[in-house]
Design a binder for this molecule. Sequence first.
Ligand SMILES: [Fe+2]
Length: 184
Amino acid sequence: MKATEILMAEHEVIQRVIGSLEAAAIMLENGQYVRPGFFTDAADFIKGFADGCHHVKEEQVLFRTMEQYGVPGQGGPVGVMLFEHEQGRQFTRGIRAAAQKLAAGDVSAREAVVQNTRGYTALLRQHILKENNVLFPMADQVIPVSEHDRVFESFEHIEHEETGEGVHEKYLALAEALEKEARG
Ligand SMILES: [Fe+2]
């Protein structure tokens, strides 16, 4: 499996959580009850999987390898991706903080939960489209086949050494639980 195929498969998992977050935001906006923990659980998924498992592979391996083969690491499309990863982290912190207030009984935090959730989902939807359609084809073009094994091994290293054994699977299960809960 090519590095970009692994990343695209992870995008699909992230997109499922984005869909669940969108559904939950609509419910909350319409005054329906959504467990505040749904949003903190989703923030855990984003931090642990989207940032922990996924963005680490992009930032520490894929983008750096692209840089070695002439794609600028700052500015240009890679710079935009890095900037958007950071924006995503800010929205995630916003979701968590607002959801914690909501859990503590502050109903005025509902608006901030919805705003940050919508900010995150809109950002990530277009971000994933750009990576799948522009960045990854560019990576496939510039990274020679002889480098594929090394990139793949670096991904494995991140999963086993940095993210930790079994963590990936734990977040896949969480994505599924969130999806079920959002469907009602
Ligand atoms: Fe990505």
